[in-house]
Design a protein around this ligand. Structure first.
Ligand code: CDP
Ligand code: MG
Length: 732
């Protein structure tokens, strides 16, 4: 700023017009006549965070030269200001006081448990401290996160603090998105990605330090990593392992790592007043919206954080809030800024939640449990807690897995409330009764390893050469039945032989970064010479929930058109997705085409990215060999034959999700365990006349009923062909 103002004598004047965390717009005026009156002519500089300076002006050479000098000085000043403010912020974090003690502890102990209040600086600072203290030693410092949003958001932040471009010294790696280079020293990644890295580097020889962050979340991948990393820390004397966790569970981690020391970072926490509802809320989304406006209209300054269960809810509530805010515009003392956050949100928008709230406004952040401990948003004074969380619950008894909204635990509810007390005393509004809290909500949530389908990790462990799963050093060992179920499923998919050894197909499946069932579809697609199409279906399945703009009647019509062109009566949702993809390709990935068809360009673009990466991997495995070059004109018969092959490929992976029409003609029953399931209203096969007799589904969603989402008609013949040992002899 000094430099900016210093050139008045030189005949150049300027004023800072706007300064936000994102950019600094400096208007400057030429004042050569020394009159100090602001003339008409104005030039604008826009500095953005990447330090690019946009500049445009017209004038004589001398003016331009002056301006050029000015520009450089301004840039230097801006950089100095940035570094200073980053330094100040870093020094203000609770963890800073313990910097040297932490470094000494890491030198001394091969495994260290670090415990600290959320927001104390563990995730962003510890890897930097170790880097600054020379722990990298030419290798990398890694840090795992359970969620991809956290991994990417933190990497962006730390790259900024270190003053490097993302992917240079600081980078991240999440599934289908790798922002690292040879230069990367500090690497943030999802726990799943690190597990994958073990396959190519079983000793983690590329890392000198690994920090397993958010260990208390006890995700499936984190739990497996703990076992693998424990082994490495006994083998590699130079390796350093940090386990970082919110306040709970530290003793358990310490005991597991042979009484590793616990380093406590005392955090600051202000009191939070807890309010319960008097009656149970029938609709927490509605209650949350009302509560936000009550806070907004009656409470003092401070931002609001709302905990919901998923993207759909977050989007719905964001729309509700914006609509109501528009109606109340005249009556609100402060403007309401609605900031949703979820994994599929584009990074520029994700960043908004961290931007300081402008004066005369209030921010309301809508998040899932990601904001419990993984992401800290400054300035929150009010928390609105739905009391629910979405979990992928698997039952080994029925072999069914369903996305289910369940009450969150006391530990989660307390973490959520705590978010309101970081900068001052806060308030937490729980949208449930006190009675429900003590009687309906569990004290702590069950680690994922005790409730998840284990076939994916079992396959990965086997491909790492760990065959004695029963004796693997788990923090919490899964039930033997769950392991057996996983082995059975892998056997049925052809990944294991009768002796329980990994087959060629199994090894290929382990190389593909997706669920074993999807991996099997891709491999069969290779055998049936329709791998390209199966890749498209797999990539599109991930986006299937957010393809069309919601609500509009035109969108519903557009869906119908794709369904009729893809002969959805015969091919169901999977082939509709394929049709959409293929037309998107034909339209040259056009944004306008998406708009015309009420499709979300962003979703399709993400599918395109995932597809590209999957295709590379499939090619490496030789799965696409001999497939005709795209561009060759196929006639209708060719297309129909290919459709059948694609459907067979999908059946080969998803046969265990087969269900047949029940006698009533309304619901379906799973073939294996005779559980009742229903076709999801969003499916092409919903209420079809006559109803399809036999279907397989991609996933089960448990709301009012067990709904099958993304369904495809199949024939019994295909089941016999692709799952002879699964459906061949009927034992039940
Ligand atoms: O890991 P821990 O919860 O201990 O804290 P952290 O994530 O390292 O956060 C330290 C500080 O950095 C907090 O004040 C965050 O709000 C801030 N931060 C941020 O402003 N933007 C991010 N993308 C991440 C963190
Ligand atoms: Mg953290």
């Amino acid at each position: 700023r000094q430099a900016l103002y210093g050139r008045r004598e030189g005949g150049i004047g300027y004023e800072v017009k706007e300064m936000t965390a994102e950019k600094q717009i400096t208007g400057f005026t030429h004042l050569k006549d020394e009159s100090h009156k602001i003339p008409e002519k104005k030039y604008e500089y826009v500095f953005d965070k990447s330090q690019k300076v946009e500049f445009s002006m017209d004038g004589d050479d001398e003016e331009i030269e002056d301006a050029e000098k000015f520009r450089l000085e301004a840039k230097i000043a801006q950089e100095e200001a940035r570094v200073k403010s980053i330094e100040q912020t870093r020094k203000s974090l609770p963890v800073y006081k313990y910097r040297n003690q932490l470094i000494d502890a890491v030198k001394k102990y091969p495994v260290l448990i670090v415990v600290g209040e959320t927001g104390s600086g563990k995730t962003t600072q510890l890897p930097q401290y170790l880097y600054e203290a020379g722990f990298a030693k030419g290798l990398r410092i890694g840090c795992t996160q359970p969620r991809r949003v956290a991994a990417t958001a933190v990497a962006v932040r730390v790259a900024d603090e270190v003053g490097t471009k993302l992917g240079d010294r600081v980078g991240y790696s999440v599934r289908f998105d790798d922002k690292t280079t040879d230069k990367t020293v500090i690497k943030y990644m999802t726990d799943g990605m690190l597990l994958r890295e073990f396959m190519s580097d079983p000793d983690l020889s590329g890392y000198s330090v690994m920090m397993v962050d958010e260990a208390h979340e006890r995700t499936l991948h984190t739990d497996i990593l703990l076992g693998l990393l424990k082994e490495i820390s006994t083998q590699r004397a130079d390796f350093r392992l940090l386990i970082s966790s919110a306040t709970m569970d530290a003793e358990k981690f310490s005991a597991y790592f042979n009484d590793a020391p616990i380093f406590n970072i005392p955090g600051r926490r202000f009191p939070v007043a807890i309010h319960y509802t008097m009656q149970p809320e029938a609709n927490y989304l509605h209650a949350a919206t009302t509560t936000v406006f009550q806070i907004h209209l009656s409470q003092g300054p401070g931002d609001i954080l709302v905990f919901l269960t998923g993207q759909d809810e977050i989007e719905t509530m964001a729309t509700n809030l914006r609509n109501t805010a528009e109606k109340l515009a005249g009556q609100m003392p402060l403007e309401l800024i609605v900031c949703p956050i979820y994994a599929n949100l584009p990074p520029e928008k994700q960043k908004l939640i961290f931007a300081p709230t402008p004066k005369k406004s209030r921010k309301v952040v809508l998040a899932t449990n990601i904001a419990e401990t993984s992401l800290t948003i400054n300035g929150i004074a009010y928390v609105v807690d739905s009391g629910f969380v979405k979990e992928d619950i698997y039952s080994p008894a029925t072999g069914m897995q369903a996305l289910t909204v369940v009450p969150c635990s006391h530990a989660s509810a307390d973490q959520r409330a705590g978010r309101a007390g970081r900068t001052g005393p806060g308030k937490c509004f729980r949208l449930y009764t006190k009675w429900a809290f003590s009687h309906e909500m569990p004290a702590s949530s069950t680690p994922e390893i005790l409730r998840a389908n284990l076939s994916g990790v079992v396959l990965q462990m086997m491909s790492l050469g760990i065959s004695d799963l029963i004796h693997f050093d788990f923090l919490d060992a899964p039930a033997p039945e769950a392991l057996i179920k996983a082995l059975e499923q892998l056997y049925a998919l052809g990944a294991l032989n009768e002796k329980g050894e990994l087959t060629r197909v199994g090894r290929m499946m382990a190389d593909l970064p997706c669920d074993p069932m999807l991996a099997k579809c891709l491999i069969t697609g290779g055998d049936l010479k329709c791998c390209k199409e199966v890749i498209s279906v797999v990539a599109m399945l991930e986006e299937s929930g957010a393809l069309f703009y919601k609500g509009a009647e035109e969108a519903a019509n557009s869906v119908e058109k794709f369904r009729s062109r893809s002969k959805a009566k015969l091919g169901g949702d999977h082939l509709t997705l394929l049709e959409i993809w293929q037309e998107f390709v034909e339209a040259g990935f056009s944004v306008q085409w998406c708009r015309d068809n009420y499709l979300q360009y962003r979703s399709l673009n993400r599918a395109r990215n995932v597809r590209n990466q999957l295709e590379k991997l499939c090619r490496r495995l030789g799965l696409e060999e001999g497939e005709e070059e795209s561009g060759k004109i196929e006639d209708e018969d060719d297309k129909d034959r290919k459709r059948i092959r694609v459907m067979k490929s999908i059946t080969s992976g998803f046969f265990s999700n087969a269900a047949k029409l029940s006698r009533s003609g309304e619901s379906y029953q799973t073939l294996k365990k005779h559980q009742s399931v229903w076709i999801h209203p969003s499916s092409a096969l919903f209420k079809m006349k006559p109803p399809v007799r036999l279907v397989i589904y991609n996933e089960l969603v448990l709301t009012s009923k067990e709904f099958m989402r993304n369904c495809m008609p199949i024939t019994e013949k295909w089941l016999k062909e692709y799952a002879p040992h699964y459906y061949g002899r009927s034992r039940e």
